[in-house]
Design a protein around this ligand. Sequence first.
Ligand code: PLP
Length: 379
Amino acid sequence: MKFGTKTIHAGLEPDPSTGAIMTPIFQTSTYVQAAPGDHKGYEYSRTHNPTRHALENNLAALENGKYGLCFGSGMAAIDCLLKLLLPGDEVISTSDLYGGSYRLFTKVYAKYGIKFHFVPMADLSTITALANSNTKLIWVETPTNPMMNIIDIAGAAAIAKQYNAMLAVDNTFATPYLQTPLDLGADVVMHSVTKYLGGHSDVVMGALVAKDDALAEKLYFLQNAAGAVPGPQDCFLVLRGIKTLHIRMQRHCENGRIIAEWLKKQPKVAKVNWPGFPEHPNHEVAKKQMRDFGGMVSFTLKENTIAAANQVLTKTHLFALAESLGGVESLIGHPATMTHASIPKEEREKTGVLDSLIRLSVGIEDVDDLIADLEAALG
Ligand SMILES: *Cc1c(COP(=O)(O)O)cnc(C)c1O
């Protein structure tokens, strides 16, 4: 089955009791048993729920994996994976990383004796330099937020194998429409389903997808033991959202490309970060592992001040000033004062998060209207 067919059909069957073509919202916590232990595969909804189960199977198919697990948020999905680790274990992570992941690593799990290293993985030798027999997890986010660096997943997988470590990829920005990390040697894929998979800015959810039986068994154990599962209504909304994932992503990519190229020609813009440009430092890797370049674009202004950025950020009408990304509507954000505000100025500037850096989540509106909106704001 090809991707666009999978989004609509994979893991899904009409409801056997009614023929309902859409997976019903099984809004139930428990299931009647005919005799003790004699049930239909469902006992209690923390452990199993048919609506969630349909979504988990669909996600597994989209990522070319075998097992899908859904959580109440992207952070809860990462939290589940980290619970596989023990004191003394080491993690090597992308330095240019989602702020919530950085917070969970450094403020929660570091307390339990797990050691985290943050390196700019676009250069894979930064991973090799730190890898040792205690390295149990390599955590990759690509494209990175907000600088749109690209990390070579197959290259990172080869290093992980050499050290018997697990490779996990946060695939939130790319989605399985653009890249399928399990095909490139990753062990686990993580999603903030909140973003492109849900796609309509109306749900918070996370997911993990794995291929290996033994690893999936451990993850299912933790999912049930800790219990950070999403409700059936949210699962229904995401199932509905995913049915148009391929069409939405196609338009996000088209609009992203047109806007990145337009921004590059604007006299007030200093630099545009988008992996589709031939001069992007990781363009070749992006071309190799991604099927297109996505709808996330960031750029800096020649006048590199917060005031200059604010001029633009407060003047757009279609681009709404908000955190998050991946919905049908376009969003504009200011990493220095929003997502990356907790990182000291010197630290964030080292990774390129300058005062004037503006991040766009380009939506699927008519691109002419989006450009007119940006033109007026930059004007
Ligand atoms: C939003 C996001 C997360 C966290 O997901 P939540 O659903 O907000 O908990 C993790 N990684 C990336 C790249 C994200 O954009």
